[in-house]
Design a protein around this ligand. Structure first.
Ligand code: NAD
Length: 244
């Protein structure tokens, strides 16, 4: 297990699912962790809960400043906040496209922009973006979501190239369907949630969903000094769905 003692990290969308699992794991391995979320009141100590909306530049800037002050610097940024959308290109109106791209893509841009000046002062600077197999696999009824995650993948590669000579690594993880409150909400909306869950599990090559802890472990690796030569890559944690 990689020791992260002394590292200081921000996890966006860290109050739920993959983000919360990641924040907990980073803290368990010794890192100081600030969680950014819309309403992070339930986030337990030692995690530092900060209210931040990644669609609001001023909110992000203030939260990054607050986190850096509380943690004494910044080494790791996990850009994980994200929202979904169901439908084909005929279903989602322009307004919804703007909304999802604002969170999933521009949210990374805003948070990274605010964090980069601080990351430049770190000896172990790393950014990890939560992407999706939807970036590389054509998932039905997910045109907008896949497009947003395709942009996250391209953004990850471009940022890796831009910042490698500054000693800042940039990678992403591409989860398959992960068992988080997000997926729980989708299942709850079905006529028969239990039958829907069984069908969803059966569609997975491993017969089960990926867990949030498994995605968190991949993020922790990419954030850690153990991955010191790894930048500009996408690590699939997809239970064999082979989105790449
Ligand atoms: P989740 O809904 O459980 O958690 C997402 C968190 O992001 C929530 O706490 C939410 O409040 C926060 N968030 C949303 N909008 C925000 C904003 N504007 N500012 C700050 N925080 C905001 O979802 P999850 O399943 O844990 O997903 C986390 C990430 O993983 C997302 O980027 C998602 O696209 C990605 N992902 C999820 C799956 C999956 O199957 N669950 C698969 C692939 C990728």
């Amino acid at each position: 297990m990689t020791d992260l003692t002394g590292l200081r990290a921000i996890v966006t969308g860290g109050a739920s699912g993959i983000g919360l699992a990641t924040a907990r794991l980073l803290a368990a391995r010794g890192a100081g962790v600030a969680v950014f979320d819309l309403n992070p009141s339930d986030v337990p100590p030692p995690l530092q809960a900060l209210t931040a909306d990644v669609t609001d530049d001023a909110s992000v800037r203030a939260a990054v400043g607050d986190a850096v002050e509380r943690l004494g610097g910044l080494d790791v940024l996990v850009n994980n906040a994200g929202i979904g959308a169901i439908g084909t290109v005929e279903d989602n109106p322009d307004e919804q496209w703007h909304q999802v791209l604002d969170v999933n893509v521009l949210g990374i841009v805003r948070t990274s922009r605010a964090a980069l000046p601080h990351l430049r002062n770190s000896d172990h600077a790393a950014i990890v973006n939560t992407c999706s197999i939807g970036a590389t696999a054509g998932l039905p009824q997910r045109a907008l979501y896949c497009a947003s995650k395709g942009a996250v993948l391209s953004l990850t590669l471009a940022m890796a190239a831009d910042h490698v000579r500054e000693g800042i690594r940039v990678n992403c993880v591409n989860p398959g369907t992960a068992d988080t409150p997000w997926v729980g909400r989708l299942l709850d909306a079905a006529d028969d949630p239990e039958a829907e869950r069984a069908a969803l599990n059966a569609r997975q090559p491993m017969g089960r969903l990926v867990t949030a802890d498994e995605v968190a472990a991949a993020i922790a690796y990419l954030a850690s000094p153990a991955a010191a030569s790894v930048t500009g890559t996408a690590l699939a944690v997809d239970g064999g769905m082979q989105g790449l």
